[in-house]
Ligand binder design. Structure first.
Ligand code: ADP
Ligand code: AMP
Length: 214
């Protein structure tokens, strides 16, 4: 099953992704994580992406679509994938749906996590991220067991540069202008399950599981 995990930055997509992927036995494709890996490795693509990410803007569609297309053809995605942070524009959605259709596949569910902007700002400015595996934490709501060390891989847990308050506000504006309208494009094409993301992490998880059971 192919699933889109949709919602503004800070809604809890990354936090919920592991459980969904475990339940459905599908891989997690986060375009943000792919860019951060390139940034860390200092690739040309990473340099290009940085100029957009640091300003809270979207990386151009042609770049993002190429990355997703080359990831989707990998063998572990043959039975479906969880797309987190993609699509973020209508052209990205068109590319995804055309590709899935060419493979005789379709998006089985869109999980739309809804959270108010004030909560998003508090979540993103308190978010901490593992430099090695990308796991996310929150200084208050979900801290790692040992300060600054990842529970999963013992990597260093730090604040992302684009989680500074000014960049967070730019990202929320970008979401409102460019990404929120994608939901209207998805709605007639796939089952959309809107979930209250402003609940405890476990409650959000069980609401998502219930929605996926249909
Ligand atoms: P996204 O991937 O949608 O940008 P994350 O999953 O990284 O969002 O979550 C953003 C921040 O909010 C993280 O610090 C995470 O620990 C925290 N968080 C996620 N879900 C919840 C929740 N339901 N309640 C409180 N904090 C949460
Ligand atoms: P995320 O980790 O999903 O919050 O993404 C971090 C940043 O990467 C975003 O603010 C964008 O600059 C860029 N990015 C991630 N996914 C996409 C996408 N689908 N389209 C364009 N830019 C993206």
């Amino acid at each position: 099953m192919d699933v889109i995990l949709f919602g503004p930055p800070g809604a809890g997509k990354g936090t919920q992704a592991t459980a969904i992927c475990g339940t459905l036995s599908i891989p997690h494709i986060s375009t943000g994580d792919i860019f951060r890996k390139h940034l860390k490795e200092g690739t040309e693509l990473g340099q290009l992406a940085r100029s957009f990410i640091d300003k809270g803007q979207l990386v151009p569609d042609s770049v993002v679509c190429d990355i997703v297309a080359s990831r989707l053809v990998e063998t572990d995605c043959a039975g479906g994938a969880l797309l987190d942070g993609f699509p973020r524009t209508v052209p990205q959605a068109e590319m995804l749906y055309a590709w899935l259709e060419s493979q005789g596949r379709q998006v089985g569910a869109v999980i739309n996590l809804q959270v108010d902007d004030a909560v998003l700002v508090a979540r993103l400015s308190g978010r901490r991220t593992c430099l090695s595996c990308g796991a996310t934490y929150h200084v208050e709501h979900n801290p790692p067991a040992e300060n600054g060390k990842c529970d999963r891989c013992e990597g260093d847990v730090v604040q992302r540069k684009d989680d500074s308050e000014d960049t967070v506000r730019a990202r929320l504006q970008t979401y409102a202008n460019e990404t929120a309208p994608v939901l209207a494009w998805l709605t007639p094409r796939s089952p959309v399950h809107s979930i209250h993301g402003n609940q405890a992490i476990n409650q959000v998880q069980s609401d998502i599981e219930e929605a996926l059971r249909g």
